[in-house]
Design a binder for this molecule. Structure first.
Ligand code: NI
Ligand code: MN
Length: 226
């Protein structure tokens, strides 16, 4: 499974036979240079953790290019279905088998509304099992005891955790989250994009190292293979 960081909370997952895009926010990201464009993105599926603008901004433009299936909570799925896009609704605790693998929509402690004020359901994260690997994409969330449920059923190969603080967990809580989900390999995201969420990269890496964990902070456009 090849995971490419496209800035903020946007991830491109290249699986053996399918391409998944998570939370596309590229055209509005001040950190993304001209080298990254939504033009070449033709995902088979788009997974959305919640409805905030910094997670769904480019969904409609990208969907025009490949007619993907949007996987998210019920309210977000209906929102995009009403705009003529294909969508698969889920809700917390639900597992679903797709042609690429299994997705579980799990709890996140955050909020979820569209930029136009439409209710975006309850926010979540995803457990994704595909190509023999299991990863956890936390979405925007606070540290929560619910994370302790995850290792009771899954052995994670990677945890994708927000680390920017202010709107989500900060570094200290993300280290605890990595302990809660019992995963030593962490991809940090949702940081530096806006002034509120700037972090000290060195301090962040050291905090994880001290806990015996490895924090990956790939540059925009860089990939990680799990
Ligand atoms: Ni958010
Ligand atoms: Mn966000």
């Amino acid at each position: 499974m090849k995971i490419t960081f496209l800035g903020h909370a946007t991830l491109l997952l290249e699986l053996e036979k399918h391409t998944l895009l998570i939370d596309p926010f590229i055209t509005g990201n001040p950190m993304v240079s001209d080298t990254i464009s939504i033009k070449g993105l033709k995902p088979d599926y788009i997974l959305l953790t919640h409805a905030h603008q910094d997670h769904v901004l480019d969904v409609e433009e990208i969907a025009k290019q490949s007619d993907p299936v949007i996987i998210s909570n019920y309210e977000i799925a209906m929102y995009f279905e009403n705009k003529g896009l294909k969508a698969h609704p889920m809700n917390h605790g639900g597992n679903r088998s797709f042609p690429f693998g299994i997705v579980k929509y799990v709890q996140a402690v955050h909020t979820s509304s569209f930029a136009d004020g439409t209710y975006g359901g309850q926010p979540g994260g995803f457990i994704l099992i595909a190509d023999g690997k299991t990863i956890y994409i936390a979405g925007d969330t606070a540290l929560t005891m619910d994370m302790k449920l995850i290792p009771m059923q899954h052995t994670l190969d990677l945890a994708v955790l927000p680390i920017g603080d202010n709107f989500t967990m900060g570094i200290e809580d993300a280290v605890l989250a990595a302990k809660f989900v019992e995963c030593n390999k962490v991809l940090g995201y949702h940081y530096d994009t806006f002034g509120y969420i700037e972090i000290d990269h060195k301090k962040a890496k050291q905090a994880f190292e001290k806990a015996g964990k490895k924090l990956h902070l790939p540059g925009i456009g860089e990939s990680l293979v799990v």
